[in-house]
Design a protein around this ligand. Structure first.
Ligand code: KG4
Ligand code: ZN
Length: 345
């Protein structure tokens, strides 16, 4: 269990956020939307590791057993009592529907029992809001890049609640590609951080994996082919009796996807004229991607905001922040809101 921060209400607007869309059971308390008073995460990585990926049923059951303790820790670390909460926020999708349901149902029950409003938010909007947590002055409009296990989105953020999707993946999300390549290389789950570490010892120019830019002027992505590319390369080398340098392969794969994302981002900055870019989602923790996108922003004269790695991956502080802004603009979410596996942006 990970946590950070401590504070008190002091007349500020307190949001409790809950996130359970995948394999992290998370609760956080923020003041005035973006001041993080606590951010508690209970990870299920060890539970799913033996299966090589997240098992939806098991994830949902674990959320159920962990959620109360995670909530208690979030409140006590923030120094906030149940009666001091002004708003209950939760992810309502997209994600594993059984997993989302646990957090959302808990939020509904808490809203009902405390008499406070509910604000149910889109998980990807949470990843965008993660950049607000560390940058008190940052505000829309700006461009946002969300790169995670489920999404690869380029978004024109017009206001705190107005999101226009400019590009997305047509097949696998970039995080899925990292996880699949890690499996091919025998690195285990979750693959992203392991590829990142191994790539630091490899040569990014060793293997020229294809950079799929789609060539149609769109800001969409395609990452399904690169896994096959890596698999074919590994098989060819093995059949030829050559030794496989996994660090070189990891670095070359990472360089390929990094370049595609960086170049699409450059085009999006030019097309929209935005001078601010935020990056979020689990893959935003990747060291090469952070460095390369920072370079592109510098070249394009745009300010670049990317949270610390712990706020890039799933957490509830970003959900509390998104819930706060949605509530400010649109009011409470009706209590009959459903969990949705494929909620559109
Ligand atoms: O945002 P996230 O925690 O969950 C989703 O909303 O999907 O992202 C998880 C994804 C996984 O695919 C994981 O392998 C990837 O983020 N990831 C990374 C790194 N850390 C996490 N990928 C590349 N490099 C990393 N350092
Ligand atoms: Zn996520």
């Amino acid at each position: 269990m990970m946590s950070s921060g401590a504070g008190m209400k002091d007349g500020r607007f307190i949001t409790l956020g809950i996130e359970t869309s995948c394999d992290e059971t998370a609760a956080a308390v923020t003041a005035d939307g973006r001041d993080v008073l606590s951010n508690v995460i209970s990870s299920q990585i060890d539970v799913h590791e033996v299966f090589g990926g997240v098992v939806p049923e098991i994830a949902a059951r674990h959320h159920l057993t962990q959620i109360n303790a995670v909530l208690d820790a979030a409140l006590s670390q923030a120094g906030i009592g149940w009666g001091e909460i002004d708003l209950v926020g939760a992810t309502c999708g997209p994600g594993l529907v059984g997993a989302v349901l646990i957090g959302l149902s808990t939020a509904k029950a808490l809203a009902l029992s405390t008499g406070r409003p509910l604000s149910a938010v889109h998980h990807v909007k949470g990843h965008v809001c993660a950049s607000y947590l560390e940058n008190p002055q940052l505000a829309p409009p700006h461009l946002a890049l969300v790169v995670s296990g489920g999404h690869t989105d380029i978004i024109d953020v017009r206001s705190y609640t107005e999101y226009i999707l400019l590009g997305q993946t047509r097949d696998d999300a970039v995080g899925e590609a990292f996880d699949k390549v890690a499996r091919v290389l025998g690195l285990g789950y979750p693959g992203g951080p392991k590829v990142d570490e191994l790539a630091k010892r490899g040569n990014p120019s060793a293997v020229a994996f294809k950079r799929v830019l789609l060539g149609d002027g769109s800001l969409d992505f395609s990452f399904s082919g690169i896994k096959t590319g890596v698999l074919n390369h590994v098989n060819t080398e093995r059949q030829a009796g050559r030794e496989i340098n996994t660090a070189d392969i990891a670095a070359s794969f990472q360089a390929s996807v990094t370049e595609v994302i960086a170049e699409k981002t450059r085009v999006a900055l030019r097309e929209t004229g935005h001078k601010k870019l935020t990056m979020g989602g689990g893959v935003a923790a990747n060291s090469m991607l952070r460095a390369r996108v920072a370079e592109v922003c510098a070249e394009e004269g745009a300010a670049f905001y990317v949270p610390a790695p712990a706020l890039c991956t799933d957490n509830a502080a970003m959900i509390a922040c998104a819930a706060y802004y949605k509530y400010q603009a649109e009011g409470a979410t009706p209590p009959d809101i459903d969990a949705s596996a494929g909620l559109p942006l």
